[in-house]
Ligand binder design. Structure first.
Ligand SMILES: Cc1cc2nc3c(=O)[nH]c(=O)nc-3n(C[C@H](O)[C@H](O)[C@H](O)COP(=O)(O)O)c2cc1C
Ligand code: SF4
Length: 402
């Protein structure tokens, strides 16, 4: 049985297959957060690529605090272009579910061009600590963004709680705020619960709009989520396990399980040859979360597997490829869908090729990190290995660095 090609019910909609194009921010919007020709081009290719779910990259809900200079934004002013984006994608391929990942960058906001804000004080950094009223307003803005996503024709949203941005900060044991949003587990998860209620009110309950969320199960920093206290760093999944149950109860239609913080613990987020076994950790996290809930679980960290040409210590190459693990993990209930991040930049047609049995035609990601280098430099981001446009951009950056 080809599990990858089988459809899956996600909320009230159906994903045509089990591959998810993970959200991949590429910093190519204009200065107002509107998509540019480059953005349209990328998403047209991804639509052609035919993944079961395409999660459109982190769209900021505010221009005031954002991580990327040219981050896509989701406001009334960008709505007409977002509508065109969805329309064009659906015109090319009506099958994939198109979800918008909505985010607030919090302590990852770029201090040079936007306002650095955070939930709790950051040692050695000047930052504005958000007040209770400001946090409530951010919750309202998430709900507005979800409504815009619905109005412009997206199939749903992904409420971003992963990778160290505002909603991830909120969840950490080190968030010792004394008000309603810090301290106990109940208070640290309150922002999620309240905002979900606001989102449901805005988009209407019982409809077919998909509400999902991506979160980092273990961040790898002292007091990060997935530890047992403000100064602890050892992995302890008690809170993440409770949190996925809480999310399901609150009405999410799927949970996308990620880990780490790209700016601080990148090797946890993105397995590479430096620590190939990181892929197994991702499998383990997805499996542990899946046991807690009935909603579909999306697994992360699959890119490094490639066609089996990787540094995993497995003597039989056929037992260490993407295809092998994707089929095995879905079959054995480790996860319901497999997410690909970097691989979708290297080859936007990856899903189609895999499902049509053309794995040998894939341009495989070599996990070189060049796309992340572009993003860190606030440049337009893509894969310099397979696309000349980004190769030139990377060269310029390297030249300017001296
Ligand atoms: C250039 C780049 C942009 C990314 N943008 C996002 C994003 O917008 N939202 C998100 O949740 N994760 C983002 N990620 C993380 C990926 O979605 C993914 O979790 C990570 O690359 C590991 O998966 P992989 O091994 O399949 O690449 C980004 C990663 C890279 C390299
Ligand atoms: S730049 Fe390197 S890591 Fe990024 S998608 Fe291309 S091959 Fe993969």
């Amino acid at each position: 049985m080809n599990f990858l090609a089988s459809p899956l019910r996600v909320g009230a909609k159906t994903a045509p297959n089990r591959i998810v194009n993970q959200p991949m921010e590429c910093n190519d919007a204009d200065e107002t957060g509107n998509p540019t020709d480059l953005t349209f081009d990328r998403y047209r290719k991804l639509a052609q690529g035919g993944a079961g779910i395409i999660v459109v990259e982190a769209l900021t809900i505010t221009q005031e605090s954002r991580a990327r200079k040219n981050q896509l934004g989701i406001y009334e002013k960008t709505a007409p272009n977002l509508e065109r984006l969805v329309k064009e994608m659906k015109g090319i391929n009506a099958q994939p579910l198109i979800l918008f990942q909505i985010t607030h960058s919090g302590q990852q906001s770029g201090a040079g061009f936007s306002r650095l804000v955070s939930v709790y004080p950051l040692p050695g950094q000047e930052t504005h600590i958000l007040t209770e009223a400001e946090i409530e307003k951010i919750g309202d803005d998430f709900a507005k963004a979800a409504l815009i996503a619905k109005q412009v024709g997206a199939d749903g949203i992904d409420f971003k709680q992963c990778h160290g941005y505002l909603c991830a900060e909120m969840l950490r044991p080190v968030n010792a705020r004394k008000d309603r949003y810090g301290g106990s587990f109940e208070r640290r998860t309150r922002f999620f619960s309240e905002t979900m209620e606001k989102i449901k009110k805005a988009v209407g309950v019982g409809g077919s709009f998909v509400l999902g969320s991506r979160f980092s199960v273990y961040e790898g920093i002292p007091g990060g989520f997935g530890t047992s206290g403000p100064a602890e760093v050892i992995e302890d999944l008690s809170e993440p396990l409770a949190f996925v149950r809480l999310m399901e109860k609150a009405g999410v239609d799927y949970i996308n399980v990620s880990a780490g913080i790209p700016a601080i613990t990148p090797e946890i987020v993105r397995p590479t040859k430096n620590y190939p076994e990181g892929v197994y950790r991702h499998f383990g996290w997805a499996k542990a979360m899946k046991k807690q809930v009935r909603v579909p679980i999306i697994g992360s960290g699959y890119t490094y597997l490639r066609d089996g040409k990787n540094d995993l210590k497995e003597p039989d190459p056929s037992r260490k490829s993407f295809l092998y693990w994707a089929e095995k993990n879905i079959k054995e209930g480790v996860c319901d869908m497999v997410g690909i991040g970097r691989q979708s930049l290297a080859d936007p047609l990856f899903a189609k090729k895999m499902i049509e049995g053309k794995a040998s035609e894939v341009n495989y990601c070599i996990a070189c990190g060049s796309c992340s280098q572009l993003l860190r430099a606030q440049a337009q981001t893509g894969c310099p290995v397979y696309f000349d446009y980004y190769k030139k951009l990377l060269k310029e950056i390297q030249k300017n660095k001296g």
